[in-house]
Design a protein around this ligand. Structure first.
Ligand SMILES: Cc1ncc(COP(=O)(O)O)c(C=O)c1O
Length: 409
């Protein structure tokens, strides 16, 4: 059967589930808030209720919700006393916010490579990057898979470093049965629209540290204190508050989270098993310490030598034509992004002199992931049926069988 990219019939034309999933609960919650007239977080109770619920589910004493995951990272760094000129170690393969939050906090992101088996930060690479100026490590629980917290805590202890977890993609994920987010000094989650817990835009900081919580709460609320006057500002801060409307949606979304997570996990396991049998397709293996994977992304490594040498880009195009929405993921390691290469951190892209040269960085595994190997399926695909998963497998097998017929590889 000829490939759809060559004009043949596609494996499927049926769409995969769309995101977000929502129902009467979101509408009822929103209606309640609108009718109450209490639309801002300082007036109502929705945000506080969500903060308490989310923090408790992650074994954290404090939850401070705000307007985005990026804001949460930036504020968590400052609240954890990361200062101007401090170095913060981050993975090179992640969303820009992991590193831009560090720059916004006045600190210096130092990029290190990922482990190709997990696509999480490589603990050995961290050891090599520690300098006397290093103050923190910011691991990302990438795709919803917890980073190796044992190894990270060991390194942090040895060098007296703070861990701020970028848990933007990892709601309810756990490492050795411990929920991520408050294992380190603080952790930050995102509720942006593509995320498994979604209110359009939003984020939260979790922490068990009372001082971090106090400064984070103040920073996101114009430097106020809980018992100060409305126009009394003790610290530097801004307005990064979330609205009651967003929190009302979050409460409804979070109620349906566990049920959807179970479906994603089931399909994740099935797809891992089925794709693992195809030469040249390597789903990232699950290590036993990952006791719960949040399944924000399903990732496999693609090896073109098993597909007649067709490039990652062409393979994705072929799969999409077969009716399988496939993503190349991040296309450039962060240190190669123009903003870092040129240190364009000032107004209108003005170069800011910093004692670091990103042009000398080279993280081979991150480069391989971006340019050659990493292929993603987004979380909505994992909400499909068992038959949908079999269609994915059938499409990949078809592309493999017919790969020699693909011209301009
Ligand atoms: C790893 C990672 N960190 C941080 C963020 C930032 O979250 P937000 O988009 O809510 O600002 C995201 C969101 O895309 C992310 O994927």
């Amino acid at each position: 059967m000829s490939l759809a990219i060559n004009g043949g019939a596609p494996v499927r034309t049926k769409p995969f589930p769309v995101w977000p999933v929502w129902g009467d609960e979101e509408i009822e919650n929103l209606t309640r808030v609108i009718k109450s007239g209490k639309w801002g977080r300082l007036a109502g109770k929705e945000t506080e209720t969500f903060e308490n619920q989310f923090a408790a589910a992650h074994d954290a004493r404090h939850g401070i919700a705000m307007n985005s995951g990026t804001t949460a990272l930036r504020i968590a760094l400052t609240a954890a006393d990361i200062d101007v000129g401090d170095e913060v170690i981050v993975p090179a393969y992640t969303f820009i916010a992991t590193a831009s939050a560090v720059v916004e906090a006045g600190a210096i992101p130092v990029f290190v490579d990922i482990d190709p088996d997990t696509y999480n930060i490589d603990p050995q690479a961290i050891e090599a990057a520690v300098t006397p100026r290093t103050r923190a490590i910011m691991p990302v629980h990438f795709a919803g898979r917890p980073a190796n917290m044992d190894a990270l805590q060991k390194i942090a202890q040895k060098h007296d470093l703070i861990i701020i977890e970028d848990a933007a993609q990892a709601w309810g994920a756990s490492w050795k049965n411990r929920p991520v987010g408050a294992i380190g000094a603080a952790g930050c989650f995102s509720f942006q629209s593509s995320k498994n817990v979604n209110c359009g835009e939003g984020g939260i900081i979790l922490t068990n540290d009372d001082t971090i919580a106090k400064f984070a709460r103040s920073h996101h609320n114009c430097g106020r204190s809980e018992d100060g006057l409305w126009y009394e500002h003790f610290y530097f801060g801004g307005n990064y508050r979330i609205t009651e409307l967003q929190s009302a949606v979050l409460l409804a979304q979070y109620d349906r989270y566990e049920e959807l997570k179970a479906i994603r996990q089931e399909n994740f396991a099935l797809l891992s098993e089925l794709l693992g049998d195809i030469d040249g397709i390597m789903p990232l293996p699950l290590e036993k310490n990952v006791t719960s994977h949040a399944c924000h992304l399903f990732i496999f490594r693609y090896q073109k030598e098993h597909f007649a040498g067709i490039s990652k880009t062409k393979f994705i195009e072929a799969l999409r034509k077969e009716g399988i929405p496939t993503s190349p993921g991040y296309s450039i390691p962060l240190y190669k992004q123009p903003v870092f290469l040129n240190k364009s951190f000032g107004p209108r892209g003005k170069k800011i002199e910093m004692d670091i040269d990103y042009s000398v960085d080279f993280c081979p595994e991150s480069e391989k992931a971006c340019y050659e190997e990493a292929i993603w399926f987004t979380q909505n695909i994992l909400l499909g049926s068992e038959e949908d998963m079999h269609d994915i497998v059938a499409a990949i097998e078809k592309v493999q069988r017919e790969a020699p017929s693909v011209v301009s590889r």
